[in-house]
Structures are given as structure tokens and as C-alpha cells.
Design a protein. Structure first.
Length: 87
């Protein structure tokens, strides 16, 4: 089946000229493509996350996202050490 766009909208952050395009497909999925001023073209379409079916599911997703954000990020040298030194 070929996915088709049924609605499209252009958006901009307002802080500069970095527009994006958001599209609703006929299968209900929503896709976005941002403009890359370095190459003067839009990037590949990327799907937006699916909406939660219930409030409870949304709360679980929010808590999961918060727990991921609370994890300490490894610095460059720590990542290097873990990846190449096995420490």
C-alpha cells in the first residue's frame, strides 16, 4: 500500500528561518520534515510518535521519558573509555 498525504502544514520556530512541514497520512500516521539551510532542501520525512491510546499509557510514557532524562549523560572521555577500553 502506498501512503498518501491527506493534510499538510508548514511551521516555523519564529526564532529564525528554519521551517518544517508536518503531514497527516491516509493511514493516520503523522510525519515531519525540516528544512536544512546548509544544503537548501528539506530532510527526509520522519514519523512522529504515535499518540497514547489512554491517559494511563501516556503517564507511563511520560514517566519513562523523565527517568531517561534523569540518567547521567556520559562525557566524551567516559564514552571513549567504555567503548574502546571496556571500562
Amino acid at each position: 500500500m502506498t501512503r498518501k498525504i491527506v493534510q499538510v502544514s508548514a511551521v516555523s520556530s519564529g526564532g529564525g528561518y528554519h521551517p518544517a512541514v508536518v503531514a497527516l497520512a491516509d493511514d493516520g500516521s503523522v510525519w515531519a520534515s525540516s528544512f536544512d539551510p546548509d544544503v537548501m532542501q528539506f530532510n527526509q520525512w520522519e514519523p512522529l510518535p504515535v499518540l497514547a491510546a489512554t491517559d494511563e499509557e501516556q503517564m507511563r510514557l511520560v514517566e519513562h521519558q523523565k527517568s531517561k532524562a534523569a540518567e547521567p549523560a556520559l562525557g566524551f572521555w567516559k564514552r571513549f573509555s567504555v567503548r574502546f577500553m571496556g571500562r
